[in-house]
Design a protein around this ligand. Sequence first.
Ligand SMILES: [Zn+2]
Length: 110
Amino acid sequence: MLRFWQKSPDYKFTKRKVFGKLKPLLIVFNAVNKDMCYKFGYDSCHKFYTCLECKKRGHTVSARFIQHNGETTIELGRLQHICEPQKYIHENFFNASEEEKSIPPTNSSN
Ligand SMILES: [Zn+2]
């Protein structure tokens, strides 16, 4: 029997506003609890999406769009999240931009 890499997770593709520019935002829902999700931002250097919360902690969980049986789906990288899934709140990109601005600089002091 063929072993598939992973059942395609539910996802939603949207945009967020970061410093006045619209950036792709990929929301991947938790397989167990669909109220929870992970948010992926697009990494234009590597041409894939990375989990924003994991990235803040120096950990890269990747995701990319692939064609599978004629359907577009997403493939998740092998690394597991070290972040906790966040409650999914329907938000538009204007609200998301406020969230983005509140992120402190990346040089953590711990
Ligand atoms: Zn994560």
